[in-house]
Design a binder for this molecule. Structure first.
Ligand code: SAM
Length: 281
């Protein structure tokens, strides 16, 4: 999975709890801060990410650096984007322990240009995401100009379940259709709230998303978002009714779908056909 770890000072770093205490740092709710301080957990996330050794990893929200340490231990190059400047000194110590392999950027991940961060080359994204911006960040990475090699992301469990949901259940909706139209999406790990410091109110889960080799073109993705917004906006209604303004029964029939079906029974391929028919009109 990874290159042999180069000699560096990572083994000599103090435990993360001591790093937080020593720097007088506590979690700030405004930044969605729930830390992973057990390196066994962060190492497992890095293993599940199945990262290639040659590409850098963009990590959003390193905080005290638990996940960052595991990425560096695996021999990877990391570009970490952190919005809370209080963590910059402890991250600078981490960078000194892995010379040349950790770049820390103080920025809002919603506003950064990932392609520029990665120096114009490919990169994966790994993050224990701040819950308050997790979904907007995922939508940015799914639909933006930069296409990550892979994304291994911690969400609150309910969001992770929606991303990977198959058709036919309550969890299946707009986010899952968008993610699965563009990526292979798989929930790879569940974590209880007590795994975090401080514990959040809900459980969490890690999702690994691998972009498809031949994704649908941007115009089709735009049409897909329009059609799923209408279909799931009124998910209890039949498609003939929920999609009325977009073409209703005729649109469904042109896409080979039963106009009496409800949104949650339509597979991703069915939504893509609806989007393709809409695009032609
Ligand atoms: N990676 C650390 C860990 O696993 O212990 C911290 C994870 S914590 C859930 C989320 C992190 O994202 C915090 O460090 C927080 O300051 C940072 N953060 C919050 N909003 C951000 C944003 N818009 N851009 C970049 N970082 C952000």
């Amino acid at each position: 999975m990874s290159a042999p770890a180069p000699p560096d000072g990572l083994d000599d770093l103090p435990p993360l709890r001591d790093v937080l205490a020593g720097a007088g740092l506590s979690a700030d709710k405004r930044f969605g801060q729930h830390f992973l301080l057990d390196l066994n957990v962060t190492r497992k996330i890095v293993r599940l990410a199945q990262l290639g050794p040659d590409q850098p990893v963009i990590e959003v929200g390193p905080g005290p650096g638990g996940l960052t340490r595991a990425l560096l231990e695996a021999g990877l190059r990391v570009i970490a984007v952190e919005k809370d400047p209080r963590f910059l000194p402890v991250l600078a110590q981490l960078a000194a322990a892995a010379p040349g392999r950790l770049t820390v950027v103080e920025a809002d991940a919603l506003a950064v240009d990932e392609a520029a961060l990665a120096g114009g080359g490919p990169a994966s994204i790994v993050s224990n995401l701040p819950y308050n911006v997790g979904t907007p960040l995922l939508v940015k990475w799914l639909t933006g100009a930069f296409r990550p090699v892979s994304m291994t992301l911690m969400f609150q469990k309910e969001v992770a379940d929606r991303i990977a949901a198959p058709p036919g259940g309550r969890d299946y909706g707009r986010l899952g259709v968008l993610a699965q139209a563009l990526c292979h999406a798989e929930k790879v790990m569940d974590l209880p709230a007590r795994a975090f410091t401080p514990p959040p109110k809900v459980a969490s889960a890690v999702v690994r998303l691998t972009p498809l080799a031949e994704p649908p073109p941007a115009a089709l993705v735009d049409a897909l978002q329009t059609v799923t917004a209408a279909a799931f906006g009124q998910r209890r209604k039949m498609l003939r009714s929920s999609l009325k303004v977009l073409g209703g029964e005729a649109l469904c029939e042109a896409a080979g779908l039963d106009p009496n079906a409800r949104a949650e029974t339509v597979p991703v391929a069915g939504f893509l056909r609806l989007a393709a028919v809409m695009g032609k009109r």
